[in-house]
Design a protein around this ligand. Structure first.
Ligand code: HEC
Length: 204
């Protein structure tokens, strides 16, 4: 895996945190990044670590920004059409996609991630490769399990991890089940259903 300094730094942080060492993020300095720990992290540990950060950020945004505004009856609401609506901010899934798009454009990132679903409201979230289709089938058929594997794209090898994205709150299924973009075969999602997957793709 070809790694830039920033990726090495992130890997070192993730490795140190996942190995259970007591440390704070601010204590993870560049000098630690150059220690041997950076060399020993596996692509799977890297994917698990960045996935944990992504989901934490999404949960914090959904809970402490979107839901908090609703609770306060604030004049600002999360709205799919936030760009054309006054006092509106993006939905958590849109925040997630826009972040993924920025990482995709950043040559220093060294990896990519995306939301995927067998039943996408946004066509951009459809499976793009046979591997992705297999992964989405697997996480739907084995709720709670992640899917890990290797994929070759354009002559390059990637480690790919796909994590289930589940209906954890009523807002998830009520918004999706009533959405005008739902297709003919759209399921009636209920609590804990796997609604899609978060994919992390790391070059090997
Ligand atoms: C207010 C409506 C709303 C709520 C609440 C909501 N979503 Fe979505 N979700 C959307 C929309 C709209 C998209 C497409 C966003 C885009 O354009 O990227 C989407 C995208 C997704 C996707 C990618 C596949 C697709 O359908 O395009 C998944 C998976 C997903 N949401 C799961 C969830 C989960 C899990 C929750 C609860 C934690 C949730 N959503 C809450 C509206 C919602």
């Amino acid at each position: 895996m070809k790694m830039t300094t920033s990726i090495r730094f992130l890997l070192a942080c993730v490795a140190l945190m996942t190995s259970g060492l007591l440390m704070t993020l601010s204590g993870c300095s560049n000098s630690e990044a150059s220690s041997s720990t950076a060399g020993s992290i596996t692509p799977r540990q890297f994917a698990d670590g960045v996935h944990a950060v992504m989901m934490a950020d999404r949960t914090v945004y959904a809970t402490h920004v979107v839901t908090n505004l609703k609770k306060q009856d604030a004049p600002v609401t999360a709205d799919e059409y936030w760009q054309d609506t006054e006092n509106a901010i993006p939905l958590p899934a849109q925040m997630f996609r826009m972040g993924a798009e920025l990482v995709d454009e950043n040559p220093e990132a060294g990896f990519t991630y995306a939301l995927r679903s067998k039943w996408p409201l946004n066509e951009q979230h459809k499976a793009k490769t046979d591997f992705e289709k297999e992964a989405l089938d697997f996480i739907s058929d084995n709720p709670g399990d992640n899917f890990y594997g290797e994929e070759e794209l354009g002559g390059k090898k990637f480690f790919v991890a796909v994590y289930p994205d589940r209906a954890v709150a009523e807002a998830c299924w009520s918004c999706h089940n009533d959405h005008p973009s739902r297709g003919e075969d759209y399921p009636d999602f209920a609590k804990d259903d796997v609604m899609g997957g978060v994919l992390v793709r790391v070059p090997m």
